[in-house]
Design a protein around this ligand. Structure first.
Ligand code: FES
Length: 241
């Protein structure tokens, strides 16, 4: 298949979804821990170190932060359209889980792990082949915009439906980062919902992680706060196909 890559240093966004733990039922398998795992409760902060306010997120802008480990990237997006609620998803091992929906007043704020479940492509400083295409954007990975895409092999993930696969060779959803937004509009990351690829990721990029984070730094859990920045500022080029 002929494939054209569009290098796009644009302000379009990425995604992420969250579900308050208080809303999670046993259907999410929180009890057995198979697909719902709480981590450190971490406050999202801007590049100046100030609390990131949910109301200040630029619509459909993709933001990146690392959670739950020091080296595991996630995307945060305030989508143009509200997410669906109670989306049933199935992991490759047959485990079913339910994505309750996005956060914020309009259920549009989402966060997802930005490690592609197909072959672990993820945002890097040199370039990002894992991105969010806004609703008016076009992608070869799916028939319409408003999706997360991995341009390595053209997988697409629907952020309005728990990160489910809607195109390409990936076989299971990207896991949602579970958020909480408090009464002061602060955003917290608290858990991960879905089948994660963290251990595969650490094994595959061991040398890179060692160089950037030290011998064991990549796996350390993020504590207290996580720096959030626009993906277009984090990476030298966003590759949208
Ligand atoms: S690594 Fe993402 S589609 Fe292959």
């Amino acid at each position: 298949m002929e494939r054209r890559n569009f290098l796009k240093v644009s302000a379009t966004s990425a995604l992420a979804v969250a579900v308050a733990p208080s809303l999670i039922t046993q259907e999410l398998r929180a009890e057995d821990g198979a697909l719902f795992k709480t981590y450190e409760k971490v406050q999202l902060k801007d590049t100046e170190g100030n609390p990131l306010k949910a109301s200040t997120l630029v619509k459909e802008e993709a933001y990146v932060f690392n959670y739950p480990h020091a080296a595991t990237p996630a995307l945060l997006v305030d989508l143009a359209t509200a997410t669906k609620k109670d989306v049933k998803l199935t992991a490759d091992d047959g485990t079913e889980y339910i994505y309750k929906g996005g956060h914020g007043a309009n259920s549009t704020i989402v966060a997802y792990s930005a490690i592609c479940p197909h072959s672990l492509t993820h945002p890097q400083k040199s370039m990002s082949m894992f991105n969010y295409v806004d609703e008016k954007g076009k992608t070869m990975s799916y028939s319409k915009g408003g999706v997360m895409v991995c341009t390595s092999h053209l997988s697409a993930f629907e952020p309005k439906e728990g990160g489910k696969v809607v195109g390409g060779p990936a076989t299971q959803a990207v896991p949602a980062i579970i958020l909480e937004i408090d009464k002061d509009d602060n955003i917290w990351a608290v858990a991960v919902l879905g089948p994660d690829k963290f251990q595969d990721f650490f094994a595959a990029f061991k040398q890179d992680h060692k160089a950037e984070y030290g011998r064991k730094g990549a796996k350390k859990l993020v504590k207290e706060s996580a720096k959030v920045q626009k993906l277009k500022d984090f990476t030298a080029q966003m590759i949208i196909a």
